[in-house]
Ligand binder design. Structure first.
Ligand code: ZN
Length: 70
């Protein structure tokens, strides 16, 4: 089975007010303080949160709908 690269995404629902970092590994403080958006991969349905503040973005880890270890 090929692993999805999540190259095509679209926003899910409305943007929310910033509530905190969406990742522990790649924090980008410049992206904090404005809005948080949920993105969904149109290819596989995985979702992630993205903090957006102007041109600055901080991406959360992908939450894959089917986490098959096999
Ligand atoms: Zn995907």
């Amino acid at each position: 089975m090929t692993r999805c690269n999540h190259t095509e995404t679209r926003p899910v629902g409305d943007d929310c007010a910033f509530a905190g970092p969406v990742t522990r590994e790649h924090e980008n403080p410049a992206a904090h303080g404005n809005i948080t958006r949920t993105e969904r991969c149109v290819l596989c349905g995985a979702e992630r949160s993205v903090n957006i503040n102007g041109i600055h973005e901080e991406y959360g880890e992908w939450d894959e709908p089917f986490d098959d270890e096999d």
